[in-house]
Write a protein that binds this ligand. Sequence first.
Ligand code: TLP
Length: 349
Amino acid sequence: MKSIDLRSDTVSWPTIAMREAMARAEVGDDVWGDDPTVIQLQEKAAGLVGMEAALFVPSGTMANLAAILAHCGRGDELILGNQSHTFRYEAGGIAALAGVNPHTLPNQPDGTMVVADIEAAVRPDDPHFPRSRAIFLENTHNICGGVAIPPAYFSSVRQLASRHGLVVHLDGARVFNAAAALDCRVTEITQYVDSVSFCLSKGLCAPAGSLLCGSFDFYRRARRARKALGGGMRQAGILAAAGIVALEQMVERLVEDHANAKTLATGLAEIPGVEIDPAAVQTNLVFFALSKSVPVEPEVLVERLDREFNVKIGRRGGQHFRAVTHYWITSRTVETALEAFRAVLQPLQ
Ligand code: TLP
């Protein structure tokens, strides 16, 4: 039996249509700009988010770092959330490789940073200070619960950034989930930012790759940064072919993942000792905690679900967990996963 893998949407494997497209893909050397399938993917991606150009990169982490390198110089300062993926989970590349000063502000439960806090964080022109250069936003916001941040917030940050001559980058690893949850076009969000990265390899199921999108000029700088980071790939059309299928076939269906996440959250809420507010689940990320009153240790829950029921969930420290729905998690598998949770957490009832 295949496992029910809820650790992340990154674990989703490519669809049959993707594998077929990969086998047929026309390829060339993309470092030389010769790969027709990569070019097609990049044009499609740029069009989707309403930008002039898009660059195919191996991962979301590289997309964000290439964006930093393209926007900022050494010693510049970047304003970003203290719960942002770039600050917390990208191996400190911002400092180690870009030489950029991270200026973190508290993320609110809705995934935003308070606009007045951002304004107050912008440095005056004084040789004592680093130069404020960019603002990083994230949508959906992963750690804040997979919440979708509406376009109006992006509009306010844009106005503030323009007043101070700052650029805005969006880590939109799951920006199509955000648009689906908000029932808006993705361009309603991306129109307010200078650059956006999004991932093909999460809910969209492609085996690898992200797109970094912005102006032609930004694209040229990002392409140089990608080369410096070792992210120039040769016959990358094999991967891009799966990405094209992802954009054509997997975006519209993300609402199904959100519905399954809601069912999972609702089912978990009915199990005594599981702490979760199903109303707070907006997309495909389900965060929950185990009350200390439950006589099951967190590591035992993870281990028994896996060993006895083939259900994998993410452990987030302490009593906290994350379960993520994606294409390979159907409404049936959600029910099976819930039965496993019940078997471990309420064996005598
Ligand atoms: N997130 C992964 C882990 O790294 C935590 C996950 O399982 O959710 N931005 C955001 C908002 C992300 O959630 C991720 C991956 C990335 C960037 C990085 O993407 P990759 O893994 O392609 O480098």
